[in-house]
Ligand binder design. Structure first.
Ligand code: NAP
Length: 646
């Protein structure tokens, strides 16, 4: 059992590192320790956009730190300890200091977000044997990335037998696949972390190696690696109504075979199938050419003329990173990205701050919480279409236009010496119509180099010597780098999935992938998707939080299956339809659904199978419990083992 009280830390040690403490998290900690939220003074309120930093003048931060430490010292003098968690009212006080008034549901949601060291609130509190006795159950998880590994842990914690199939030779999913130069996360490291598995992150936005290492260590520590069958592709999964089981066709080095599973969780990710545009002459290029997610480290770029195609999040990381070695870089841009100012993007975390994060009790929990808090509601307003504004391809609302002004100023301020770049670099479309890419000034610095050209003319064709533009110009190249993204909306391809009555999942979706809460699909009993359709977020919430919620919902579904003795559970069509109607309508009212700008958020039908357009609280409510009334639970299949027992 988690302790209810914690000892106060050695405050001399804290004093030595005090300058490194982020004052928002420190004040939250002190409010928790004392139960007194009045010390969260209005004038000490951080800038929500700066969190976990305060955004306050340094002298104010200094005064806050001294005050916070003196409060802790007097608590220590009284021989005090501190509660391991805040009361609900203290939690509310702390959160509202940043967010303003909150709904009851939001406070409950945040109570789950605040995870202190040694806590794991979503760990199943049930056991397979207790619920199901000797009933034979086996769950297949497809993919050993961040979602699949978490799903696997939950099965392990509940004692449910499971296997993970991973096509690659190692785990990590996207963090195994993407190794391009300067590949790093663009979500703050401390919230791109399982809530209950903290890490001593070396930087605010960690590099790929650090995240891969984190996932590898997690899988090792939790004993998951031995459950993974590497180098195994799931070719197809077919529901067998007679057996109430999924028959899965597996392919590995030894060939193909079929194995049977009670339930399947597909955790195959969304951004793992490189998209290389079908530009005429593509295959005629004479030099090396590769995609960002298939980086060929054997190709030396030193003194080569490099052409980069694409200006999405990947290219904005790898293109500046290859410029020093290359003789020349030409960036071929179709649509410029909006950039989100993030000064700490490439900054390491100092030793003192890392010490505080690791050693000062509850500080890390509050630090993470402080990053999440402003994302609870985020800036959905600025991404929402106001029909009376009226919306245009410049801005979809007054708030969206205000965001445009801020982001435009961020760009133009950096180009005072290069006014020639402004026209090509400032986007024409409404911000939040597609991914806003984080930036610390690297991109404009890179584009301003003498040995870098930004070219916005359309590509006509590719020839052995390079790329020919529509105006007939030839851009000569020794190496072509595709930063052209992924086939994100083709969920679960190329795996064939056949459910009840021979329903084919891809035909059912018809290019419009959809699932209830990203997890459940009518017609596909005992089948779940993790990081499924409509679970990406842009201006609010947090991806790993959404993954944890989906895994929780999946785990609770398995519990329902076992608890009720049902052999299958299948989402009711009407529940799905209503949910889907709501998502489609809401997505159409967000900048990403409304604007005609191209992005991986939309599919060929112009709809978004990618984005969650509702609030974080809506997702929390939808994934809190698995409502049996939402499902058809069947008991009419044989459970062979049960029969044998009888
Ligand atoms: P992306 O955002 O889809 O960008 C693809 C780029 O290629 C766009 O600039 C696109 O132009 C261009 N493009 C596509 N087809 C083209 C064509 N036929 N001709 C010319 N240009 C073409 O892909 P990405 O940069 O790989 O990023 C995908 C997602 O992965 C990101 O949004 C992010 O969610 C994730 N990601 C995360 C990180 C991180 O966490 N650090 C890093 C990288 C990626 P248009 O804009 O005109 O379509």
């Amino acid at each position: 059992m988690a302790p209810t009280h914690l000892s106060l830390p050695d405050l001399d040690q804290v004093r030595r590192r005090l300058d490194a403490a982020q004052t928002p998290a420190l004040l939250m900690l002190v409010a928790q320790a004392t139960g007194d939220t009045s010390l969260l003074r209005p004038e000490w309120r951080p800038d929500p956009l700066a969190l976990p930093f305060s955004g306050l003048p340094e002298e104010v931060d200094r005064a806050i730190r001294e005050h916070a430490l003196s409060v802790l010292e007097s608590l220590a003098d009284q021989g005090g300890s501190m509660p391991a968690r805040p009361t609900r009212e203290v939690l509310r006080g702390i959160a509202e200091w940043i967010t303003g008034p909150l709904e009851e549901d939001e406070v409950s949601l945040l109570d789950g977000v605040l995870v202190m060291d040694d806590e794991d609130p979503d760990a199943p509190d049930w056991d397979y044997r207790e619920l199901a006795g000797e009933r034979p159950v086996r769950v297949a998880i497809i993919g050993a990335g961040i979602s699949g590994l978490l799903g696997a842990l939950r099965m392990k914690q509940a004692g449910v037998p499971f296997v993970i199939f991973e096509r690659a030779e190692d785990l990590g999913g996207t963090w195994y696949q993407n190794t391009y130069p300067d590949c790093r996360i663009d979500v703050p490291s401390h919230i791109y972390t399982y809530s209950f598995v903290p890490s001593d992150w070396p930087s605010y936005f960690c590099r790929q190696e650090a995240i891969l290492h984190y996932l590898q260590e997690f899988a090792k520590a939790e004993g998951l690696v031995e459950h993974i069958r590497f180098g195994t592709e799931v070719v197809s999964a077919q529901w067998d109504a007679e057996e109430a089981a999924w028959q899965m066709r597996l392919r590995d080095q030894a060939g193909e075979r079929v194995e049977s599973f009670t339930a399947v969780a597909s955790a195959v990710g969304q951004l793992n199938r490189p998209a290389i545009p079908d530009i005429p002459g593509r295959e005629t290029f004479a030099g090396p050419a590769f995609h960002s997610a298939e980086w060929d480290h054997g190709v030396d770029l030193t003194d080569r003329r490099v052409v980069v195609i694409g200006t999405g999040a990947s290219a904005l990381q790898f293109a500046p990173a290859v410029a020093d070695a290359a003789a020349h870089v030409t960036v071929l841009q179709r649509t410029p990205p909006w950039l989100q100012p993030t000064p700490e993007l490439r900054r390491d975390i100092g030793a003192d701050e890392r010490w505080l994060l690791s050693e000062l009790p509850t500080y890390r929990g509050w630090y993470r919480f402080s990053i999440f808090l402003p994302k609870l509601r985020g800036n959905l307003e600025a991404a929402t279409v106001d029909p009376d504004y009226p919306p245009t391809e410049r801005a979809v609302s007054a708030a969206n236009d205000a965001l445009r002004e801020t982001l435009t100023t961020y760009l133009t301020d950096q180009m005072v010496d290069r006014p020639d770049l402004v026209g090509a670099v400032v986007p024409a479309y409404p911000p939040a119509s597609k991914r806003i890419v984080r930036d610390d000034g690297t991109w404009i610095r890179f584009l301003s180099r003498d040995d870098v050209d930004l070219v916005s003319d359309p590509i006509e064709r590719i020839v052995p010597e390079g790329v020919v533009l529509r105006d007939g110009r030839l851009i000569e190249a020794d190496v072509l780098l595709w930063g052209t993204g992924f086939k994100a909306s083709e969920f679960l391809m190329p795996m064939s999935v056949v459910g009840e009555d021979g329903r084919d999942l891809h035909s059912q979706w018809d290019g419009d992938a959809a699932a209830y809460m990203g997890v459940a699909i009518p017609g596909f009993p005992n089948f779940f998707t993790l990081f499924g359709p409509n679970t990406s977020v842009l201006v609010h919430a947090n991806l790993v939080y959404f993954i944890e919620r989906q895994v929780r919902y999946f785990t609770e579904s398995i519990r329902l299956l076992l608890e009720t003795g049902a052999t299958s559970l299948c989402l009711r069509e009407e529940i799905f339809e209503e949910h889907q109607r709501e998502l489609v309508a809401a997505n159409a009212q967000r900048a990403w659904g409304w604007s005609s700008v191209s992005s991986w958020y939309k599919n060929a039908h112009g709809r978004s199978p990618i984005m969650w357009p509702l609030s974080t609280a809506d997702f929390w409510r939808g994934t809190r419990v698995v409502d049996p009334a939402h499902y058809v639970l069947r008991h009419d299949h044989p459970i062979h083992h049960t029969k044998e027992q009888a």
